[in-house]
Design a protein around this ligand. Structure first.
Ligand SMILES: [Zn+2]
Length: 62
């Protein structure tokens, strides 16, 4: 068997990025945006800001 890269793997670096429309607050993901013909929110606005996904950080309880 020849070794090969698996395309099914997601991009390195943690995966999907979530974006939020700065106008209406609708959240969408980079994967969803990729399927759209243009970067546009359902409200018509085109400016998104990156939202940090809720990563489980280890926070020390003080
Ligand atoms: Zn919007």
């Amino acid at each position: 068997m020849a070794g090969g890269l698996e395309d099914s793997n997601q991009q390195q670096g943690g995966g999907i990025v979530t974006y939020e429309c700065i106008r209406c607050g609708t959240k969408t993901t980079s994967e969803e945006l990729r399927t759209l013909p243009e970067l546009k929110c359902i409200c018509g606005f085109r400016i998104f800001r990156k939202v940090r996904p809720p990563i489980a950080k280890r926070v020390k309880a003080v």
